[in-house]
Design a protein around this ligand. Sequence first.
Ligand code: TXE
Length: 484
Amino acid sequence: MFIGGEWMNASGSQTRTITDPANGETLGTVPETTDQDVDLAVKAARRAFDDTNWGSTDNAATRAQLMRDLAAKLREVAPEFAKLDTQNCGKPLIEAEGDVADAANCLDFYAGLATSTMGQTASVPMNMQSMVLREPIGVAAQIVPWNYPLLMAVWKIAPALAAGCTVVIKPSELTPLTVLELAKLAQEVGLPAGVLNVVTGVGEVAGVALTNHPDIDKIAFTGGTDTGSKIMAAAAKGIKNVTLELGGKNPAIVFADANLNQAIEWIAFAGFANQGEVCSAGSRILVERSIYDQVVERVKIIAQNIKIGHGLAQDVRMGPVVSKEHYDKVMGYIQKAKEENCRLVCGGSHPAGAQFANGHFIEPTIFADVTPAHTLFREEVFGPVMSFTPFDTEEEAVRLANDTEYGLAAGVFTEHIGKAHRVVKQIKAGIIWVNCYHPTFNELPWGGYKKSGIGRELGKYGMEAYLETKQVNINLDQSELGWY
Ligand code: TXE
């Protein structure tokens, strides 16, 4: 763990073995953090916030420089970080390389915002000079998942540091390695002790201790909706500011007038990128009936030709899912879809071959003729499993798209500009792609409607999540009050 600028083991001296989900090989061991360790980390972050000038406005340029230095260091060692994320969570190297590049850019983007946060002045009645100041919230507890180990951490660390907060971050117990490596780089560039602390360990111990700690001011979480609900309950007890980025059951609507050659590839990418372990994965494909069979068939051909394997191997575009537990969960959804008579178009099994024997691999899987009555239409699988559903009218497409308790992302494929805008306005989701799927930019807000979360990450919106707002009224009038 990295606490108060020092590397340490857990007080209980317990450890956890971290493995490669593609072959079960051991990658390392990390400390299994206890409540006591979390307390140490929060106290270190508290001291760095309360007793140093880290968060003050006159330190903003220094914060920005440190973040740029961290981004530069990360770029220097990008290949090692990409390799480590691939080994730890299974994603293809080409995706991990993109994640590391995005993470470095995210640090640079927020370095820019560190020195450009501004309050406001306001015109009010009475002879007052009124203004609104923005200040860092304080100590941020950040809990991140395993599907983008480095990138999700940086999406949280970067705006917090830029705002002047201090951080205790807990990576997923499955994928802590690149966050620990990032802390090493932070130490190398001279980030002051206590500003960034990393605790490893399971959610039920380290996560609970962190979200219940009285000395934190803010909780930011990305993960499953059930865990999000528990975290919100913990935040409610302490009246803590909370940001949640949760799951999705995201639709992509394909109209008959779409550019099909383009749409087909984006649709496969929507569902199968990162093994489908993406909160914004396009997992419910709604297709206008006249092109339905053709679209299902063409995406099937892509799915059957996706190269599966260890993410480090050449040309692999799908690795294993993250763990045995998650493999069983995804396989359980496939089994259920079969039992509920969804039509299996392709995949649905562990791929055959000795090279897959010790890994949590699942074939790219497509079910067709899925209706809102099916579990597959409603529940987030978080694996390489896509469902296809036909529709007849624009109204029906919108109704099906919104027929979910989630509202993170959606895709719309059409060459008709008016239709695209009409549908975009009606879909209740925080992120919508038209004629593409998944491109994500540091400049733009990321987050969901409905059960997909609360608040936004990225862009200036992501910075807002770490800033308090203070009104100040200065009386310019010299007369006495005359009230009593
Ligand atoms: O996630 P958890 P899990 C979805 C996806 C997946 C499901 C469960 O559908 O199948 O969630 O995955 C920490 N207090 N997503 O169980 O539990 C935990 O240690 C505090 C969507 O792996 O949400 C880890 O660091 N922290 C998603 C983090 O929460 C707790 C990404 C996420 O783990 C905690 C991942 C607790 N009580 C899964 N319990 C997305 N939105 O991208 C766990 N944690």
